[in-house]
Write a protein that binds this ligand. Sequence first.
Ligand code: AMP
Ligand code: GLY
Length: 424
Amino acid sequence: MNILLLGSGGREHAFAWKMIQSPLCDTLFVAPGNAGTAPIATNVNMSPTDFDAIKIFVIEEKVEMVVVGPEDPLVKGIYDFFLNDDKLSHIPVIGPSKIGAQLEGSKEFAKEFLVKHNIPTAGYDSFTAETVEKGCDFLETLKPPYVLKADGLAAGKGVLIIHDLAEAKEELRNMLVNKKFGAASSKVVIEEFLDGIELSCFVLTDGKNYKILPTAKDYKRIGEGDTGLNTGGMGAVSPVPYVDAVLMEKIETRIVKPTIDGFQKDGIPYKGFVFIGLINVNNEPIVIEYNVRMGDPETEVVIPRLKTDLVELFLAVANEKLDEITLEIDQRSATTVMLVSGGYPEEFEKGKVISGLENISDSIVFHAGTKLNGNEVVTNGGRVLAVTSYGDDFQEAIKKSYQNIEKLHFDKMNFRKDIGNDLL
Ligand code: AMP
Ligand code: GLY
């Protein structure tokens, strides 16, 4: 089978690494891909949101399945684009429909879905520029800190947590009236603050049946000890040691099952990943967000622990036969550490030559922001490489990642040295 994978990050390199291990995969195309996918698949210089170019390519190259990595093409409706085109409708797209992708594309839509299906979530209300004063009144009824969320996609920057009431009101006006996050903040969800430990649950669904994938925790802040600015993620660990069977059972019965049943009840076509962000408040899991894709860098620890053929899983998703598959999970731990460009998540330079890749044997280096420049691999983004290792426990795995990072180099390379320390 010829498969097209959309995206260019560490998540997509990890998907590609796993998919080419499948006997079901003949040619794997990655658009646009990176220097890590180049030697194992065929990179195609095409934007994941250029649906017309994708259509021409898919027909010419006889692509039989499209796997979508990032949220953008999903929110823009790539699933429906294929379904509604006579020449494409027979080609399965792994990812939700446009309406399903609104679970990530609109915080308000997600909250309405959660409330409608009685899934535990923080109390909230939503406001627009017309109702900004009502929003300020609502803030007065809440206890600090105050959680303000831009309704639309804001590249992971749209959530503000503010301790001071006056400042929260000012930021609310900034978002709604001054369009701090552009159109994404033309609506703002104000949410009750939840105090607890965050964790993520990853689910693959065919719209009726589902499989819960291994748990993972990511490290969002740039600085050690969870300080400094938010990033896309600086490292990850799977499994999360404090998630026991009792908590997992609650997550499944109160959150995962009602979510998938909700797709059925609401007639939402959904064949893809659901990434559920949770906060565990006194052993009660509460949803803070949905994403309609896998996490990055969580994929770089979840996928290496999956023993089941990923293409077989995707085919089962397409054919609504996920119930016929048994997931096999590697019992070892996996950890990943992100090597980032100096300055990230703010200003950084690109084009730095990466050396030492050929010296790594007992870790897997997934490429994120890299590209080929002649024979050299150079940096091409903020997050550059994810160094993933296995171990009998996460301590052993993380030690291996850090040992191998010593062998890698690029100018102004930065990484967190405390991944997993909070779990000790
Ligand atoms: P989100 O983009 O929804 O994942 O939010 C970004 C971050 O804000 C999350 O990873 C949490 O750390 C935090 N957050 C979001 N919602 C809440 C909430 N209701 N209570 C406490 N923290 C929250
Ligand atoms: N690592 C968090 C995310 O992918 O959204």
